[in-house]
Design a protein around this ligand. Structure first.
Ligand code: SF4
Length: 64
């Protein structure tokens, strides 16, 4: 599963990297970046789905 962030939509609220530092981190400019290239682990896939669901900007998308 690929996790993507639409930087046009993201308004840097920070939920993704605060709640799921195993998947996201903040770069030097405060933008979120995805740490895992291809999410295969079942637990991590659930975390990615949760992050996409709670993102207030609906900026996180998942691709299988
Ligand atoms: S939760 Fe959504 S809006 Fe907030 S930083 Fe992450 S991608 Fe951006």
């Amino acid at each position: 599963m690929k996790v993507k962030i639409d930087k046009e939509k993201c308004f840097m609220s920070g939920e993704c990297y605060y709640n799921h530092p195993e998947l996201f981190k903040m770069d030097d400019d405060g933008h979120p970046v995805v740490l895992v290239d291809d999410v295969a682990d079942a637990a991590l896939r659930l975390h990615a789905k949760e992050a996409a669901e709670v993102c207030p900007a609906v900026a996180i998308s998942l691709e299988d």
